[in-house]
Design a protein around this ligand. Sequence first.
Ligand code: PDD
Length: 287
Amino acid sequence: MTRTVFVNGEYLPETEAKVSIFDRGFLMADGVYEVTSVLGGKLIDFDGHAKRLERSLNELDMQKPAEFDDLLEIHRKLVELNGIEEGMIYLQITRGAPDDRDFVFPDPETTRPTLVLFTQNKPGLAANPVAERGIKVISVEDIRWGRRDIKTVQLLYPSMGKMMAKKAGCDDAWMVEDGYVTEGTSNNAYIVKDGKIITRGLSNDILHGITRAAVLRFAQEAQMEVVERAYTIEEAQAADEAFVTSASTFVMPVVEIDGAAVGGGQVGPVAKRLREIYLEESLKTAI
Ligand code: PDD
């Protein structure tokens, strides 16, 4: 089925959607994005994603192509037009397409940002069988730039990390900098030890996950202890449990790190419970 996508004010069949070859997203990775999940035909944590988008744009001195209400309407319309019950909406904003390639930012008066949105239909996203068995990760060196708190479309290294994992017969990679885990290629990383949920604190070293914020809040509301600090791969391998969070995987257990089984290679009770709580609670506020 041909998707209906949104490009700069127009709803179009995906086959007719076009962006200039001079678009700075294409030439310079000069763009930001958001991924919002859809469950039961509704948007999960749209408010959080919209706020982070605004922050990403501000940090890069990029214009906002549409107001919050307009973005919400576009998201909802795409869900409806594409009949999405479970899946994702991907939004990308770039600094636009000037007349020619130039390192210098174009004049925002004459070059408007590019706004693109498309859906991904993923029936069974919430009842994902992978969450029952967990995923295997490898560690790779984190050689990304220093502003990982901004959700830019510079996704080459995370893609390479996933490919390294695939080559090693695993599902994903955890990135390590100065001996400590930063995050997964496209998710935030956690371990559980003696009932404590441990995850790296917020800084420019990691993306401030919207799912992370919600999961930590739900964990605290459920009287679970949360500790925000860095940890090593060795500590993670010796933990009782490990898991990752993101808008597309929610809470996903990790059962193996660099070939070492975590928690006996079985999905642990904390990750399992957090996934249940997250799906239950976030559906209540879905819009
Ligand atoms: N990735 N860290 C990184 C590097 C990410 O790319 C993501 C999200 C996260 C989790 O953030 P959130 O909970 O807001 O989804 C953490 C998205 C899903 C992606 O690129 O597909």
